[in-house]
Write a protein that binds this ligand. Structure first.
Ligand code: FAD
Length: 351
């Protein structure tokens, strides 16, 4: 069988944004997605004002738990500053469900339960443009480089948002900075508190490669974080993702395909802009494809758009990992709240 309409591998935010944009132009893109149904992907759940604008431009209207402030904790120190504009605490289940629904409504096809293993066979046998949107998972032959000897990994738990937890977190996105990592904490629209960590692999190794032991240890060592972890017990599900190549950007295209989302740029998650970049890349690549712009040219152009937000977020993430980095960031936030406003804005992808 030959297809001339584009094939999109992965129905996360990036793949869906591309599918919606192509379908709105009358094309019949096909999404190939390995999971049988929409899940709740590991994510901090912070949706920025800019990401909301992109969602709206795709015809997706969503509201999450309002987030108006950034709060940072490092040891006993804490500081808070208003965000430039309100963000949202939104579960990935809600966002991904709405995006898939919109894509199908616009005319995109979707095949679920399809694990694409060989990208070449998809493009060669069917002869269509291929958009690679597999996010955190790399495809054989298209791996992102693993240069860091002590790579970052993500851990995520969701706790029922009890009244006590609601009172603690409120309308803030919290960053709890500790040695070799941080935890992002926020309330979501689904009645949960999302607690998502990015830590170095060696930190997990020190905890005997046991994520639950690591979480208990961090809660014991960091009192403010411990307060939020009160509901964590042996029944709590822990999601994990390994080898997150923070700071990496794809600047060229050696394979003749459009690489989207985490497959084209991985912004350190403390910026809370990965979903924004994913949506923007899908929308932008689809427009490029419709305009006849070659993948290599588009990849180069889009890499320019991600340079500032990814560069700045990577610098802040590295700084937070320095021995006194968390304390310095907390003091800076306290002394210059306007700096936080600037950094929060500068780590967004421009529309
Ligand atoms: C610890 C952590 C916290 C984060 N917190 C935030 C945050 O608060 N806010 C924010 O904006 N961003 C955050 N991010 C980043 C955000 O999660 C990603 O940038 C975003 O998910 C990228 O979207 P995507 O569509 O590229 O990939 P994904 O969301 O990973 O979607 C990829 C899709 O492809 C499918 N797939 C994978 N392989 C195959 C295959 N072989 N065949 C078929 N289908 C396949 C998957 O099942 C999935 O549905 C965080 C990331 C981490 C690691």
């Amino acid at each position: 069988m030959r297809r001339t309409d584009p094939i999109i591998v992965g129905a996360g935010p990036a793949g869906c944004a591309a599918a919606i944009t192509l379908a709105l132009d009358g094309r019949k893109p096909l999404l190939l997605e390995r999971s049988a149904e929409v899940g709740d992907a590991l994510c901090g759940g912070f949706v920025s004002w800019r990401t909301m604008e992109t969602l709206q431009s795709l015809g997706v209207e969503l509201t999450g738990h309002p987030i108006t402030h950034l709060r940072i904790f490092a040891g006993q120190k804490r500081a808070s500053a208003p965000l430039p504009q309100p963000g949202h605490g939104l579960s990935r289940h809600a966002m991904d469900s709405a995006l898939v629904k919109r894509a199908v409504h616009c005319g995109a096809g979707i095949e679920r339960g399809v694990v694409v293993r060989d990208l070449k066979s998809v493009s060669l046998t069917q002869g269509a443009a291929v958009l690679l949107a597999t996010g955190k998972q790399d495809l054989k032959g298209h791996e992102r480089p693993r240069l860091d000897p002590d790579p970052a990994l993500g851990l995520r738990i969701r706790l029922p948002a009890s009244p006590a937890l609601r009172a603690l977190i409120g309308d803030s996105i919290e960053l709890h900075i500790f040695r070799k990592g941080y935890a992002g904490v926020e309330l979501q629209e689904d009645g949960t508190a999302n607690i998502c960590l990015a830590v170095r692999k060696s930190l997990l190794a020190q905890a005997g490669r046991n994520p639950a032991a690591l979480l208990h240890q961090l809660a014991a060592d960091n009192p403010h974080f411990g307060d939020r972890m009160g509901g964590f017990d042996a029944r709590t599900r822990i999601d994990a993702v390994a080898n997150v190549p923070y700071g990496w950007r794809q600047t060229a295209d050696p394979h003749g395909l459009y690489r989207l989302g985490d497959q084209c740029a991985v912004i350190p998650s403390l910026a809370g802009e990965g979903n924004g970049i994913a949506l923007a890349s899908g929308q932008s690549a689809a427009r490029a494809l419709l305009a006849g712009i070659q993948p290599g040219q588009w990849q180069k152009d889009f890499a320019q758009r991600t340079r500032r937000p990814v560069g700045l977020a990577t610098g802040l993430w590295r700084m937070s990992e320095l021995p006194l980095g968390g304390r310095v960031l907390t003091q800076m936030l306290r002394a210059f709240p306007s700096l936080a406003v600037w950094a929060a804005d500068a780590t967004r992808i421009r529309r």
